[in-house]
Design a protein around this ligand. Sequence first.
Ligand SMILES: [Zn+2]
Length: 488
Amino acid sequence: MSAVTSHASYCIHLNPDLSDLDQIYIENQILALIGDEARKMDSKTDPFDNLDVLVTAAIQNGKIEDAPASKQILEAQLMNFATPLPSTINSIFWDKHLINSREATDWFYNLSKANNYIQTRAISKNLKFTTKSEYGDLEITINLSKPEKDPRAIAAAFNTPQNDQYPLCQLCMENEGYLGRIDYPARSNHRIVRFNLGGQTWGFQYSPYSYFSEHAIFLDQIHEPMEITRQTFVNLLTIISTFKDYFVGSNADIPLVGGSMLSHEHYQGGRHNFPMFKAPIEHDLKLKSFPNLKAGIVKWPMSVIRISSNNKKDLIDAAEMIREKWQEYSDESVGIRAYVNGERKHTVTPIAHRNGDEYTLEIVLRDNQTSEKYPDGIFHPHQDVQHIKKENIGLIEVMGLAILPGRLQTELSEVKKFLLNQDNEIKESHRPWAEELKSKQVWNKDNIEAQLNQAVGDVFSRVLEDAGVFKRDDKGKVAFMNFCKKIC
Ligand SMILES: [Zn+2]
């Protein structure tokens, strides 16, 4: 059997819009992309290996350039044949959802992997480990899955005028089926499930480079800026009522303390029990306007108020009350300021999850002030831990899963050599940390992997403490209680 037939059969098998009658037609569509010369190639059993064979053939036949963007575009085009039309996806998804939510998400998740939209092969390269902390286990991922950046892509992005951009951003609905360009991801095989959220159309899709199980994105049909309001809490609770066993959270709506996509309203969710969800309440709170609500301060390096109830309206009202109070709250004694030169500095990172009928909102207090001493952010990883993490502490990190840059893979292997007294090219940025580690512990080849992983986890714990607005020393705890008096 030739490679083309094998891929055509795979597409027909996966795509309910197609049947055996479409075999010849699909084969010819594939040949149009990879060249007729390819039809007698040997096929591979694994569909993704086979995809590589097709892409290589297209390069050999002069159909595409041997460049990352061209290959990704062709891969997505080929996998588009395996992907039902958006209308079919939506009707199957919601039919299954009538039976149960899990059946629908399982189906769409498996499809998004099988059609290579979720880049499972790239994701499997990520390094993952768990470390201990006083807050419970923390999860660490060194991100090796993002594709290499083509220097021409950077140049092309620089030369594209902002107004001419199409799609406007990577979270816009217009990405569905979009071919892609040298400076823009290939989305031919991308599909979005539509649903109604607070009277607006929203989309639901999976993240192509997922950081945890069933990493999903919920996006507004309208390209409009992120904004945390009462409606955000309504939306988050509605989402976990619809997607019954998912959590969902929103990044902050101001710079430095959230994600990188402030220009398009969206949330992230999925099926994962994050370290923060497992952290206990260390101080109970009684909110007097909400006597039936469970509330408390979470034992966590960042400043988190957890509220739980089976009454969604109470939860929404209480969350909005906390958000409003925090937005206006200043405490000079600990350097917390709601406004600087008239600019708002406060917001929250809200996260919703549920356990049966009990709904929980985790409300993480954020402050994005900068200072001369901390130009990157006062409540942001400080200089001495930026050799491990200098990026914003967004939703996923907040919950105790570190997404660390891929550069660390090679850098940490040099740190290992340094710790084992071998020849090394340790980066100067890691040296003070590595010297301290060397002086504190005995290092040998049997313990280095575990000890260094733990040391990275310890830095991540510090990173989260830096991002916490109320520090965990006595002064910070008193200050946190003073704020809580405003909401109790
Ligand atoms: Zn957009």
